[in-house]
Design a protein around this ligand. Sequence first.
Ligand SMILES: Nc1ncnc2c1ncn2[C@@H]1O[C@H](COP(=O)(O)OP(=O)(O)OP(=O)(O)O)[C@@H](O)[C@H]1O
Ligand SMILES: Cc1ncsc1CCO
Length: 155
Amino acid sequence: MQVIRGNLSEIAALLTGEQSHLGIDSTSEADSVKTALKFAAQSKAWVVISGKVDTIRDGQQVFQITNGHPFLAKNVGMGDALDGILALGLAHCTMIEELVKVAAILPVAADLVMEEDKVQGPASFKMALMDKLTNLSDQELLDFAHIRKVELARS
Ligand SMILES: Nc1ncnc2c1ncn2[C@@H]1O[C@H](COP(=O)(O)OP(=O)(O)OP(=O)(O)O)[C@@H](O)[C@H]1O
Ligand SMILES: Cc1ncsc1CCO
């Protein structure tokens, strides 16, 4: 299985072949679902559209993850961090539900460090996040992941 991950602007640009009219930080949840649906119709790959809400789509189903904190967007390269985690997870995933849980690792870790006293801004957030990623437990992932399945209107 292949996964294509981008933020909304990037996936929209892949769809149209043109620079997207959507801003670099565009995070509309409705736009994400629409874009993921269109993209999945053209590609056999699973698609992950990252942002304030992450939208994940295979041929049939759409899931959204609502974890995460704006400090993730303040630290350049968090998309690359997500890609690394997804690549590693993909080696162990056969079902989309499993990849959704893997995609939740980074934003769940972000939520957990925001509960710690040591975060004072985007820089200390990044340090605490790196620490949390090394010790995040399966149970924490299960307990704190906010994942919902998007009901699609039948056409
Ligand atoms: N405003 C936000 N609130 C919560 N989580 C966010 C927000 N923005 C991004 N994220 C999270 O940050 C991670 C990276 O996604 P993002 O869409 O920022 O990637 P990107 O634009 O490719 O980043 P970069 O170009 O900096 O590598 C994802 O796990 C996503 O859930
Ligand atoms: C352009 C670039 N260079 C290092 S990190 C980064 C952001 C990739 O999303």
